[in-house]
Design a protein around this ligand. Structure first.
Ligand code: 13P
Ligand code: 13P
Ligand code: MG
Ligand code: MG
Length: 394
């Protein structure tokens, strides 16, 4: 088969269309409704293959096809599947039915309408192993830490040191979700610059990773931030990612290794708290305690002539028991802070806040602080503080 014939696109498109008993888990009847739409599309040849699943309250459509990324046909199909599923959710009275479908009108692309999207077009290798990650109760920046470890940290990924095909390193495309700009940074050379950005995961988000030696795409993350798009709280932007494995990419085990450390991510209860990201199998892919803790599922597939072979449920494994236990301990520890930061997110990151109403109600009760001008008033503005670090340490 020629390279053109071996071209295939993997599209993972997800949405919260309503869930059972709160922001907890997808109802099987809504998954069945979405599956029927995709089965029909497969029969007609629009898609090659599909797999419908869920993580927590997010309905996940995994599809393969030959239409490329951002295809109106494929996005339209996903939109139909979500609409049908949302109808069932409404009929069953599920909670927040239609949550992530921000608009009634589809106009060629689901991005910006609410659903999260991770897509990559590849030329299928002789064997094409991939991992699809899906998380609930967190945001796209939650992938910054594991993506860095997988593709740039030799203490995680032995292949960066010992596999000649990976030894040149990888390129990270980082999106500034506030300004709508992106920058591409090379590792290992620009590793510190990369970390300076992606250590702020609410703003700088790793969108794609490429192998530096030949520009082959290695990973893609959904970067839609629903609440920024909607301009109001509608749920967190529970993200998905696709990562290619083996033969010049990180080995499967190198891709999973970062998740043995349940790092803190933003999300959890009401999208407004830091908590540990717990790796789980599909059977535990439902959020309970304080609507969490935030969870992530990893499904392994082979793409073969466009077909999805698998999946294997990668975190459904005793090797991740200790990570889950650690996540529980961290959850206990963080919860004990109650409404205090740093368990609660900072005011600029919170998805719900009553602060403006509280300030409004109390405004007449605020009195001038004695000797403020003399002793307390900051000598520089807050914005100046951010750029002052260098001088401070001269
Ligand atoms: P195999 O020799 O079993 O293919 O494994 C190679 C590898 O990369 C394991 O991490
Ligand atoms: P989702 O973003 O998963 O819908 O969760 C919203 C929420 O408020 C959880 O407490
Ligand atoms: Mg929800
Ligand atoms: Mg969710």
């Amino acid at each position: 088969m020629s390279a053109e014939e071996r071209k295939v696109t993997i599209s993972v498109i997800k949405a919260d269309i309503g869930s059972l008993a709160g922001h907890h888990k997808v109802h099987p009847d809504t998954m069945a409704a979405a599956s029927r739409v995709l089965a029909e599309a497969k029969r007609k040849g629009l898609i090659i293959d599909y797999f419908v699943t869920h993580v927590g309250d997010d309905l996940q459509l995994i599809m393969t096809h030959r239409k490329g990324v951002d295809s109106p046909d494929i996005h339209g199909l996903a939109w139909d599947a979500f609409k049908k599923a949302a109808e069932v959710a409404k009929e069953l009275g599920l909670y927040a039915a239609g949550q992530d479908l921000l608009s009634d009108a589809f106009s060629g692309n689901v991005r910006g309408l609410g659903p999260g999207v991770a897509e990559m077009e590849i030329v299928e290798r002789k064997s094409e192993p991939i991992v699809i990650f899906m998380a609930d109760k967190t945001e796209p920046g939650a992938f910054n830490f594991p993506m860095f470890r997988i593709f740039a940290d030799p203490f995680n990924t032995a292949g960066l040191v010992i596999d000649p095909r990976m030894h040149d390193g990888f390129k990270f495309e980082v999106l500034d979700v506030m300004e709508g700009k992106y920058v591409v940074l090379n590792t290992p050379e620009e590793m510190y610059d990369l970390l300076a950005l992606i250590g702020t995961p609410g703003r700088y988000v790793v969108k794609r990773v490429f192998r530096k030696s030949d520009n082959e795409i290695a990973a893609v993350v959904s970067v839609e931030r629903l609440n920024l798009i909607a301009g109001r709280y509608v749920g967190k932007d529970d993200p998905v990612a696709i990562v290619r494995a083996q033969s010049g990419f990180p080995a499967l085990g190198e891709i999973l290794e970062p998740f043995s450390f349940p790092h803190l991510v933003a999300g959890w209860m009401r999208g407004s708290h830091w908590g540990p990201l717990m790796p789980v199998g599909l059977k535990d892919a439902k959020c309970t305690r304080f609507d969490g803790p935030p969870r992530i599922v990893g499904l392994g597939f082979n793409i073969t002539k466009g077909r999805l072979i698998g999946p294997t449920d990668l975190f459904d494994d005793p090797a991740f028991d200790e990570a889950r236990r650690t996540a529980q301990l961290i959850a206990d520890y963080m919860r004990r802070h109650g409404p205090f930061m740093p368990h609660r997110l900072g005011p600029e990151e919170m998805e719900y806040t009553t602060l403006p109403q509280v300030l409004e109600r109390l405004k007449d009760r605020f009195k001038e602080a004695k000797d403020y001008e003399k002793y307390i008033k900051p000598k520089i503005k807050h914005s100046e503080m951010l750029s002052g670090a260098e001088e401070m340490h001269d």
